[in-house]
Ligand binder design. Structure first.
Ligand code: HEC
Length: 127
């Protein structure tokens, strides 16, 4: 049997832990990728002009298919185009895509990545 003072202390610790957890979840924008907004961005930035219908029919064989690609890969690729030659180790040096991503925020890129992952495409995983 706990002493009353101990019980209050335990209850206080529980409340603190819960409050800390809520603060942690609220501060984590990674959980908030919004595929719906990704579609809006994809339409307004005309990604399909090069990557084709549903981002799955590129207009030229040099342009990659995007539909169904893993979101974390897409997000990283977009960030790399943003870094460009400013980061010689990680940046991607492609003038066309560098121009596409300049106006995108981190959360825009996460939303686009979530949208791209949600699309059905020809990309397959071989086992
Ligand atoms: C003017 C044509 C054009 C437009 C518009 C365009 N892209 Fe691209 N995209 C390309 C080309 C070309 C490449 C290949 C670049 C390279 O070799 O690194 C590419 C590559 C990519 C890649 C890397 C794919 C991979 O497998 O590594 C992603 C992701 C991507 N584009 C997303 C987008 C998104 C999102 C948009 C809209 C915001 C967009 N692109 C608009 C031409 C375009």
């Amino acid at each position: 049997m706990k002493k009353p003072q101990q019980a209050v202390h335990t209850a206080f610790k529980t409340v603190c832990a819960a409050a800390a957890l809520v603060a942690l979840v609220a501060a984590n924008p990674a959980a908030a990728a919004d595929a719906g907004n990704g579609k809006v961005l994809s339409d307004s930035h005309n990604c399909a002009a090069c990557h084709g219908v549903n981002l799955n029919k590129p207009v030229s064989p040099e342009y990659p298919k995007l539909a169904g690609q893993h979101a974390d890969y897409v997000y990283m690729a977009l960030r790399q185009y943003q870094m460009g030659t400013g980061n010689p180790h990680l940046g991607r040096n492609n003038a066309i895509m560098q121009a596409q991503v300049q106006s995108l925020s981190q959360s825009d890129m996460k939303d686009l990545a979530a949208y791209i992952e949600s699309l059905n495409g020809d990309l397959v995983q071989k086992k």
